[in-house]
Design a protein around this ligand. Structure first.
Ligand code: ATP
Ligand code: MG
Length: 391
């Protein structure tokens, strides 16, 4: 029996004239991402992508990978059969035997995109349903609330039989939405922010600020590990680790303690933007959420924004922590995020940060610093790590 995966496209189909471009990028993404698991033919026809394994290709692994590719609404493993009722009926009997034996009620749904096929959809459903009922006498047909639905698709070159489809990762294909640099810490929020933007088609580059000797190698490792998890959806990316201790020491020495955090965040923006431009990115991404901590009040965010010329995407801005955590669990970053390694933000935290810093006050407080030289220096010592997604 020949088994394939049928993929139904998500929002891609809505994109009018750009549709071709979107589909091409999606096909390329699928080919690249399942290429690890053997040879597959991946082609598209009538808004469906067919993934057909060549010999020794692993369909189980490919299926799990496909579940994490953006731009896919639903997908199902299906059995490919000849375009005649005998093949369709016996194909359904064999391929879905386990599922049909485990339920009491079922129905058959049919989609006939080849209008030359001699039977119409209701006739196909009736014939397949009757056949299966004979072979599985314990089954009753229930068209309203069946426990299991047998799906038959009669397409151009073959017919396909499958059960319920699985939900895909949604969104639009990575690479259709430009490129942006995510500021990635070791926390819960920034990996979720990165994932959300990748889901909107954005290709990611990552910038991480590390403060050796105040922070350990393990803290940086944690950020890389988180990116590998995000990369299971977003694909491969580059992480730029910026040594940040010198900047922090300067701020600590020359600026009021209560403004330390907001000034540090302004430096993060400047350094990240410098790297982002070099990498051809059009925006920055952070995991900020309004009101979550002192540096994420409206006033503090305004001060942070002022240091960046690029648009800053903050996809979590209106989300509650519980909702963010739910996404973190879904994408499997939560357990890693809550491991206790120090972050560069926590080593110098002031005791009483100012929650409503005024922009003029902050700009004035920065005057003793040689901003350009500090940014140049930390960016020139950046370390580059290639992030290959986990299998
Ligand atoms: P997170 O859970 O992402 O660490 P947070 O709730 O701890 O966020 P902050 O520490 O104020 O909040 O950081 C806000 C945002 O700034 C983070 O979401 C991230 O985008 C960026 N950021 C913070 N620390 C770092 C770091 N060490 N390297 C890179 N970006 C960082
Ligand atoms: Mg944090």
């Amino acid at each position: 029996m020949k088994e394939v995966i049928l993929i139904k496209l998500g929002e891609v189909v809505l994109k009018g004239l750009n549709r071709r471009v979107f589909e091409d990028i999606l096909l390329k993404n699928i080919r690249r991402r399942i290429g690890d698991f053997g040879g597959f033919d991946v082609r598209e026809a009538q808004s469906t992508v067919y993934v057909v394994p060549r010999e020794r290709a692993d369909l189980d692994d490919a299926e799990e990978r496909i579940a994490k590719i953006f731009g896919i609404a639903t997908f199902s493993r299906a059995c490919e059969v000849g375009k005649n009722m005998d093949a369709i009926c016996s194909g359904a009997e064999q391929y879905l035997q386990k599922e049909l034996s485990a339920v009491k009620t079922f129905k058959v749904e049919c989609k006939r995109s080849d209008k030359r096929f001699p039977l119409n959809s209701p006739q196909i459903c009736a014939e397949v349903g009757g056949y299966l009922n004979e072979r599985f006498p314990h089954l009753a047909v229930d068209v309203n609330h069946p426990e299991f639905t047998v799906r038959v698709e009669v397409r151009d070159f073959a017919a396909y039989v499958h059960g319920n489809a699985r939900r895909g990762a949604g969104g639009i294909p990575v690479g259709t939405g430009g490129k942006a640099a995510v500021l990635i810490s070791g926390g819960i929020d920034s990996p979720v922010a990165a994932w959300m933007m990748a889901r909107r088609g954005v290709e990611l580059t990552a910038v991480h600020f590390a403060s050796p000797p105040y922070t350990s190698e393990r803290a940086e490792q944690k950020a890389a590990d988180l990116l590998r998890r995000v990369g299971e959806y977003a694909g491969r990316m580059t992480m730029f680790t910026v040594p940040f201790a010198k900047v922090q020491e300067e701020i600590l020495a020359k600026c009021p303690e209560e403004l330390f955090t907001v000034i540090m965040r302004r430096f993060m923006m400047r350094a990240a933007e410098r790297i982002a431009r070099k990498e051809g990115c059009g925006a920055l991404i952070t995991g900020e959420s309004l009101g979550q901590v002192a540096s994420q009040t409206l006033q503090a965010i305004c001060c942070t924004d002022d240091a960046a010329q690029m648009p800053v995407f903050r996809p979590l801005i209106g989300m509650d922590k519980v909702d963010i955590i739910a996404v973190a669990r879904r994408i499997d970053t939560y357990d890693l995020s809550i491991q206790p390694y120090e972050d560069c933000c926590t080593v110098f935290t002031p005791r009483h940060p100012r929650t409503r810093p005024g922009l003029n006050l902050v700009r004035k407080a920065e005057e003793p610093l040689d901003v350009a030289a500090l940014v140049d220096d930390c960016v020139s010592r950046v370390k580059i790590t290639k992030i290959e997604p986990n299998r």
